[in-house]
Ligand binder design. Structure first.
Ligand code: CP3
Length: 343
């Protein structure tokens, strides 16, 4: 059966753009909150294939999205490399921090199969139950973004710790990045073997680096992941989301070999339409705060994305994840407006 989102990733064009949302399985949905309660904790939910499949499918039932994203987290990878990862209620992730290269010896040489095997099992279950026509997206974090959490031990504005490590000991930091690159290739190929149609690499903190560091720690390592995936799984499209990249999106497209790039809501429409979209598909980029606000502000944000990119290869999405307090009616309103739009 024809999959509109996959078609756009492979170079095709849709009259009305395919749509999904980053973090579409999440706390804004009462059915998600109920399943998470049943699982006990966020990581239990990630490693329970039956429940992870259930929460992946929940937003499709409600909104009929064109894409399903595997329910998991980018921090499953450091966990499977032996770093202690926990999610504290209301506080976000906590890891046992790797402040310098001496901590690298604590990491395992390969991914723990008992852990990633649960993720692959969830993928296989979702693949079986997926509505025809829905594109199934697997994912990992980009090496730079994953490293910021591994080094700081937490999220927030603490990419300082990773930047400091990288300036003080670039060779040691490069070893950490190399470990993440190799593990990410293995991890994405495992997801592909289990049944995903495409993969997305999330570089949430790409926007904080100076030019040289951006090339070295964001573009080049992502390029190696894309090449590794393409070598073993030709024909599987790769979406790269370098949040905050701005004009450096061009360097991302040229340096990584991505089939599509994710845009955050600050992306310059003229620049992207002229210099990016002719070469790759774009995905985005409604401000999640406009979705939270709803009403005419939301309509204007939806129209701005459609008018700027809808006549080219566009996968309609948010510019980052949906926020937990977002009303479901606002998502319904956005989906209806996108479905009714014609190029
Ligand atoms: O629906 C989906 O998009 C698929 C699942 C998904 C999650 N996290 C589930 C999740 C995906 C693709 C991610 C990616 C992720 N995780 C990123 C990159 C994209 C981004 O959002 O910037 C990052 C940086 C993380 C790390 C992470 N995970 C943080 C900082 C947090 C805490 C913040 C928060 O929202 O609570 C998480 C937890 C997390 N990951 C939740 C979900 C649904 C909330 C957990 C809960 O139910 O309490």
């Amino acid at each position: 059966m024809h999959k509109p989102l996959l078609d756009v990733l492979k170079g095709g064009h849709a009259a009305s753009p395919p749509i999904w949302m980053m973090r579409q399985a999440g706390r804004y949905l009462p059915e998600y909150r109920a399943t998470r309660e049943q699982a006990g904790s966020f990581l239990n939910l990630c490693f329970n294939p039956e429940l992870a499949a259930e929460v992946t499918l929940q937003p499709l039932r409600r909104f009929g999205f064109d894409g399903a994203i595997l329910f998991s987290d980018i921090l499953v990878l450091p966990h499977a490399l032996g770093q202690t990862v926990a999610f504290e209620a209301g506080e976000g992730p906590r890891l046992d921090p790797l402040v310098d290269a001496s901590g690298l010896s604590r990491l395992a040489a390969s991914l723990d199969e008992a852990i990633v095997g649960k993720v692959y099992e969830a993928v296989a279950r979702i693949h079986e139950q997926l509505p025809a026509g829905t594109t199934f997206i697997g994912f990992c974090g980009a090496p730079w973004t994953v490293a910021t959490y591994m080094v700081a031990g937490k999220g927030g504005d603490d990419q300082v710790a990773a930047r400091l490590f990288a300036y003080r000991d670039p060779q040691g930091f490069a070893r950490l990045i190399d470990i993440i690159v190799e593990a990410s290739i293995t991890y994405l190929l495992g997801q592909i073997r289990a049944g995903v149609d495409a993969v997305q690499i999330f570089d949430t903190w790409a926007g904080v680096l100076p030019a040289d560091e951006f090339r070295r720690w964001c573009v080049e390592p992502i390029g190696r992941i894309v090449a590794g995936v393409k070598a073993a799984a030709p024909g599987i499209p790769v979406i790269v989301f370098p949040k905050g990249a701005g004009l450096r999106l061009k360097a991302v497209v040229e340096g990584t070999g991505a089939d599509a790039v994710g845009l955050d809501w600050t992306a310059d429409a003229g620049f992207v339409a002229q210099s990016i979209q002719p070469n790759v598909a774009v995905q985005g980029n409604v401000d999640p705060i406009a979705l939270l606000a709803g009403g005419e502000a939301l309509d204007r944000a939806v129209d701005a994305t459609l008018e700027a990119f809808g006549r080219g290869r566009l996968i309609f999405n948010l510019g980052h994840g949906i926020l937990p307090p977002t009303p479901i009616a606002h998502v319904e309103r956005m989906v209806a407006r996108v479905r009714n739009w014609k190029a």
